[in-house]
Each structure stands twice: as C-alpha cells, then as structure tokens.
Design a protein around this ligand. Structure first.
Ligand SMILES: [Zn+2]
Length: 121
C-alpha cells in the first residue's frame, strides 16, 4: 500500500472515530456535528420545505430587537418550539424581544378588532 493510500485510510479511521465520539456525547444531529449547547432538530416535525439545508440543529442566537434595539438571545429550545410545534417557516427569525412581541401582538389584535367593527356606537 502506498503512503498516500495509508494516509487516506488513517484519515478515514480518524473521521469514523470522531463521529462515534460525537454520537456518544450526543453531539450529532442528523449526521452533522453540532456545537455544545445546541439542540438536535427533528426534521420530520419542521414545516414542509424544499430546502436542501434545513436547520439540522438549533443553537442560541443573539439578535437585536427590531423595535427597541435590545440585545436578546433566541434560545435553541425556543427555536425548536417555533419550528417544530408552531410549524413556522424554516427561514423565520426572531425579530422582537419578549416585551415588544407582546406589545406588537396586542396592537395587532386591537386593529383587527377595530377592523371588524368599524361602526360601533
Ligand atoms: Zn424590544
């Protein structure tokens, strides 16, 4: 066996060992390595999509609130719930902090109610 061939064989073994170790540590999600603290995605629970690369796992994401500019974290667990329970589109992203989200929703409900009864009184 040539040296080159030996080296390839060794690399393959190392890659396999690495995958086994990651699987043991619970850090494999749908065949890909995920960072510490990430949560594996259940692809069958995501909204139907034709993406070649749907999120295989979720990890905490920092974002800036669209309304008040606060620095917030969209946690891995929140994302899993958002995409797999609410079935949100997989390209959806967090936009508002909790307080602004509630204020925004209240405003929407108010305008919806107003639209329904334009001639109350
Ligand atoms: Zn905000």
């Amino acid at each position: 066996m040539s040296n080159k061939r030996k080296r390839i064989k060794l690399d393959e073994q190392k890659a396999k060992q690495r995958l086994r170790r990651l699987a043991r540590e619970g850090r494999l999600a749908n065949g890909v390595e995920m960072p510490k603290g990430a949560v594996a995605a259940d692809l069958s629970q995501q909204a139907p999509n034709n993406s070649f690369a749907p999120p295989f796992f979720y990890s905490d994401q920092e974002f800036t609130c669209y309304d008040c500019g606060a620095e917030e974290v969209w946690t891995a667990a929140q994302q899993k719930w958002y995409f797999e329970v609410l079935k949100a589109p997989i390209y959806g992203r967090a936009k508002r902090c909790r307080a602004c989200r509630q204020a925004h929703r209240a405003l929407q409900e108010k305008s919806r109610a107003a639209a329904k009864q334009p001639e109350a009184e």
